[in-house]
Design a protein around this ligand. Structure first.
Ligand SMILES: [Zn+2]
Length: 267
């Protein structure tokens, strides 16, 4: 997404925003990418989404054993986006189990482009995500919003002067007056997961809630439905702060604020 100020805000390529390795590894050596956790146990094959609209300009299928050179990426694809500030902008997605697009194909932001896996030079399943601008690999966190957590305190996030893409200017002030309390608590508690229970909901309310979960690409490990009684269900949700705001805003706008319960969990 191109912001009004001309900056690029990339979409998170996975539903889960947990960084296991930053632009530098914990020992200070260059990684030039971020690694994203694909799951917190269980199935590690997760959908990978295009970070912005573009064209598939590189694909590779892993040969099954080589873990050096380009094959260290495993099964991989790269997208070329519209130029940014006059220079080429690309994103790369590596260690995939499966490609869902082919060379030369056009994709929209958020399109399913592949599935995570363990191909190439990996110790375990994760998504290796690169942002390449003007031919040089850049810190991806500078091109994403701040809606993430790190797997430990040692994970590198931003260098001096670096920060997440500022998106506040994109939201008209009248749209955020209702959620002033929530946005300030989000700033205070940046980088945490929230557990949310929305209950009791009617069938219509539940399907509106489901639509938000689909838009956020939440899997069954992040979003669950429980039965309350014959006419009502409860929704159990575990998401990062930014995604929690989507549910909170909806609940407030539709008069369901008293059905929204949440607390910060985990790190
Ligand atoms: Zn990596």
């Amino acid at each position: 997404m191109r912001l009004k100020n001309g900056e690029v805000l990339l979409r998170w390529p996975l539903a889960l925003h947990v960084i296991t390795a930053g632009f530098f590894y914990n020992d200070g050596s260059a990684h030039n990418a971020i690694d994203l956790r694909t799951n917190q146990g269980g199935d590690t094959k997760k959908p990978v989404y295009a970070a912005e609209e573009g064209t598939v300009d590189q694909t590779q299928t892993w040969d099954g054993h080589t873990t050096t050179g380009m094959q260290s990426y495993g099964t991989m694809l790269r997208l070329r986006h519209a130029d940014y500030a006059g220079s080429t902008l690309q994103t790369r997605y590596a260690h995939l189990s499966e490609l869902c697009v082919s060379y030369g194909q056009q994709v929209q932001e958020g399109d399913l482009i592949g599935y995570t896996g363990t191909t190439g030079n990996v110790d375990g399943a994760h998504l290796h995500f690169e942002v390449i601008w003007n031919g040089t690999r850049r810190n991806p966190l500078v091109w994403l919003d701040g809606d993430f957590i790190t797997a430990s305190d040692h994970v590198y996030t931003y260098g001096v002067g670096e920060h997440a893409v500022e998106i506040a200017a994109e939201i008209p002030p009248e749209d955020i007056t209702d959620v002033t309390d929530q946005t300030s608590s989000i700033e205070l508690a940046a980088g945490k997961l929230q557990a949310i229970v929305l209950a009791p909901l009617t069938a219509d309310q539940a399907s509106a809630c489901d639509a938000i979960a689909r838009r956020l690409s939440l899997g069954t490990d992040r979003y669950a439905t429980l039965t309350v009684d014959a006419a009502h269900v409860a929704k159990a949700i575990c998401v990062t702060n930014g995604d929690a705001l989507a549910f909170y805003s909806w609940a407030k706008e539709t008069g369901l604020g008293d059905k929204y319960n949440s607390r910060y969990v985990g790190r």
